[in-house]
Design a binder for this molecule. Structure first.
Ligand code: FES
Length: 383
């Protein structure tokens, strides 16, 4: 009678050391042959069949060269990625048959990065299939901490693994794989370091209210801009803003005008500019306004504040007319408009910046100065 027939549920089973080709199921599993499918009685891989590279050193050398070629392709792909990252303009387009006009930078970087990744992947798979040992080994479960003897054995097995994988004997694979894996990190670092853009403090301090497009190039010279209703694009007269009313505002000239020399820049960056310049306009009973600065920067109780939440930049679009509170829907930061948009609840750490306004000769509301501080999130200030 063999061990399988002796086994009782819950009984201790003595396992003999398992050879590399033996198959053993753990305690509690049904073991046997009567009516049990083959995949349960023999779930392991087929026994090792010698491959050409196991028997013939010339075949092994051929496999080594193939693996090295694949790693070499990965190196070329990664180097090409680095060169093309700097060489191709982000806005350049190219015609590809079957696809049409597409962005050249995306196409080139995607293709070269794919080559870099696939070279490593295919190289590793081919190496494993041709040169590495492919015999199945079963490891018995054991206590979490192995005995000192086992640990020593593991070190020895690892050393033997290195020897068996032939990495110590095949320097071509060792060096090309090292090069492919080492270089592969460069595009990731380049993308993170090179694509972050300017520091937020600088870019959020300049908005369209400074007098025009906020970058790149010279800082614009301040000029008064009419407050335009968003999305209608019509100017707002002071008399149109009744107590309790709220207007969503954009600066005059933000929408691209084909005759404008800035039109090309604006066409590409209009959303970015809008995101920074959005303002909310509210008329309060003048007696409710608690700060002199707030009064001076407004016009007869009409005040304008940046609509970009100072927590992490969501639009603050909910106005509670009875309490005069502005609420950010993202994390419920609440700003009291009668107290210069001070934070009275939530995670935001500073008030919404106020835009100084006045009226022009025709009675339209215009900006009197750009924002005095950066708009939007301020987490980067606390670093
Ligand atoms: S973004 Fe406004 S509270 Fe978080």
């Amino acid at each position: 009678m063999n061990e399988q027939e002796n086994h009782q549920p819950g009984a201790e089973v003595e396992h003999e050391p398992t050879s590399s080709t033996a198959v053993r199921l753990d305690e509690g599993h049904i073991i046997g042959t009567g009516g049990i499918p083959e995949r349960f009685t023999n779930p392991g891989l087929p026994a090792h069949v010698a491959r050409a590279a196991d028997l013939d050193e010339a075949a092994a050398r051929r496999a080594e060269k193939q693996v090295a070629t694949l790693f070499g392709l990965s190196i070329l792909g990664t180097l090409a990625f680095i060169v093309l990252y700097f060489a191709i303009d982000l806005d350049q387009t190219v015609f590809v048959p079957g696809i049409g006009v597409t962005n050249a930078s995306n196409l080139a970087l995607g293709t070269t990065m794919a080559l870099g990744m696939l070279g490593i992947g295919f190289g590793a798979v081919h190496w494993a299939k041709t040169l590495m040992p492919d015999e199945e080994v079963v490891e018995e479960r054991h206590p979490m901490r192995a005995s000192d003897e086992s640990r020593e054995r593991v070190v020895k097995v690892l050393a033997e693994g290195g020897e068996q994988s032939q990495i110590t004997r095949r320097p071509l694979i060792k060096y090309t794989m090292g090069g492919a894996l080492g270089l592969f990190a460069v595009p990731l670092v380049l993308q993170v370091a090179g694509s972050l853009g300017p520091m937020p403090q600088k870019s959020l301090s300049l908005t369209f209210w400074n007098g025009g497009p906020s970058g790149p190039g010279e800082d614009p010279e301040f000029r008064p801009l009419r407050l335009m209703r968003d999305p209608e694009g019509t100017p707002v007269k002071a008399e149109d803003v009744t107590i309790g009313s709220v207007f969503h505002i954009m600066p005059e000239g933000l929408l691209p005008n084909p005759d404008d020399p800035e039109a090309e820049y604006l066409e590409k960056h209009v959303l970015e500019e809008k995101a920074k310049a959005a303002v909310i306009l509210i008329r309060l009973d003048e007696d409710l306004i608690q700060s002199q600065k707030q009064r001076d920067w407004g016009h007869q109780g009409i005040v304008a504040y940046s609509k970009i939440c100072t927590h992490v930049g969501c639009p603050v679009g909910l106005y509670e007319q009875q309490t005069h509170h502005l609420l950010c829907p993202c994390h419920q930061s609440t700003f009291d408009v009668t107290q210069d948009c001070k934070v009275i609840f939530g995670p935001a750490k500073r008030p919404l910046p106020q835009l100084k306004i006045t009226v022009d000769d025709e009675g339209y509301l215009v900006s009197a100065a750009p924002f005095a501080e950066a708009v939007g999130p301020s987490f980067w200030e606390r670093g």
